[in-house]
Design a protein around this ligand. Structure first.
Ligand SMILES: C[S@@+](CC[C@H](N)C(=O)[O-])C[C@H]1O[C@@H](n2cnc3c(N)ncnc32)[C@H](O)[C@@H]1O
Length: 215
């Protein structure tokens, strides 16, 4: 059950530490019922901000398989790793510096598979990934929606996708609301069902999370 690994204390989310004693980004740790949990900071993780802002669709379970695009040094990946204990997170990151930290993280957490690649070229890693239950993307690039769509062939039918949109990367002159609407239209046009959209302010300025289902 997800409630064993994700708990709320004083309206703040915590995940059960898969590697007790280990801290990933100096996050606060606390014992709940004698078990160690890590504070999932919404200022450091857009998935936490999504939950704190009332996001309802949370499909991450103990055995979920996930394609994660834009893993950076693994802050959010580490919390998903706490939750999807017996699943697998294929974590794609293009930059070498954060990837080194991601590698160190994966050494202690066997459910993380780090992949040093460009998410614009999914054919390079798709055979390793196969078909996944969930896709999550947090990439600050102008073509972020295009990157998301071109990776969805690895998402199972009925699978859930989370796209964290950074409006200012797409167009600095347009209003974020307009950009979020355009992203939704682009995703609908590509055949996905929009399940939910959550604005991530004040945790992340000009960001929204769009949740889709692959039909
Ligand atoms: C905002 S950070 C991600 C933070 C991370 N998701 C977290 O919550 O811990 C965006 C990351 O996307 C990576 N990125 C940008 N373009 C990419 C691409 N084409 N393929 C893979 N990663 C990319 C950047 O190097 C950066 O580490």
């Amino acid at each position: 059950m997800i409630s064993n690994v994700l708990k709320w204390v004083d309206s703040k989310p915590y995940t059960r530490n898969l590697v007790p004693g280990d801290s990933i980004y100096w996050e606060v740790q606390r014992k709940i019922g004698g078990i160690e949990f890590r504070y999932w900071n919404p200022e450091k993780s857009k998935l936490s901000a999504f939950l704190v802002k009332g996001g309802k669709i949370f499909s991450f379970g103990p055995r979920s398989t996930i394609l994660y695009l834009g893993a950076a040094n693994g802050t959010t990946v580490s919390h998903i790793s706490d939750i999807c204990t017996d699943g697998r997170i294929f974590a794609v990151e293009v930059a070498k510096n954060p990837f080194r930290k991601l590698l160190t993280l994966a050494e202690k957490r066997p459910n993380i598979v780090p992949i040093l690649e460009d998410a614009n070229q999914p054919d390079i890693y798709s055979r390793l990934v196969g078909q996944v239950d969930i896709m999550y993307q947090d990439i600050s690039q102008r073509n972020q929606t295009e990157i998301f769509i071109k990776n969805t062939f690895m998402l199972k039918p009925g699978g859930i996708g989370y796209l964290m949109v950074k409006a200012r990367c797409i167009d600095v002159s347009a209003s974020p609301a307009r950009i979020f609407k355009d992203c939704k239209l682009e995703l609908e046009g590509a055949g996905f069902k929009i399940l939910e959209m959550v604005n991530l302010e004040p945790h992340e300025k000009d960001h929204a999370a769009i949740v889709i289902e692959k039909l």
